[in-house]
Design a protein. Structure first.
Length: 141
């Protein structure tokens, strides 16, 4: 049994008994953590882009439903195509959106097929956030 204050036994600092992590182990752990965080950040950025696209689709859908509601509220069902934008109804809120409403004959004589499309730009090339709705209305409501 060693005596208190006895310096005859020095602590063993050999690599086999030392506690802690080596620099290589720390670097590997930090690298793994960094790769994981970068992956999560990429997923987050992708989710934000999808949220923005979903917001645009929701806005276009609500605007298209508003155009359908105008027909339900008594607008005459004359055959043909109308186009426009939302500047009169919503000034400066949707400057990039346009609409097209087409009223067609349907297979049944007292029905009309109404197609409403809300789109960006000139509408020549379809975009993922373009919205098209089809509605059937009876004549002589």
């Amino acid at each position: 049994m060693p005596i208190v204050g006895d310096q005859s036994r020095a602590p063993d600092h050999s690599p086999r008994t030392a506690a802690g992590f080596t620099l290589l182990e720390v670097l590997v752990a930090v690298t793994i953590l960094g790769v994981g965080l970068v992956s999560l950040l990429g997923l987050h950025v992708g989710n934000l882009a999808r949220l923005d696209e979903d917001r645009r689709i929701t806005e276009a859908t609500l605007l298209a439903q508003g155009l359908m509601t105008e027909i339900e509220s008594g607008t005459p069902l004359a055959l043909g195509t109308e186009t426009g934008d939302f500047e009169e109804t919503y000034p400066e809120r949707y400057p990039h959106l346009r609409w097209e409403r087409e009223i067609l004959r349907s297979p049944l004589p007292d029905l009309r097929e109404i197609r409403v499309r809300v789109y960006r730009g000139d509408g020549a090339t379809p975009a993922p956030d373009d919205v098209s709705l089809v509605y059937y209305a009876r004549l002589g409501r």
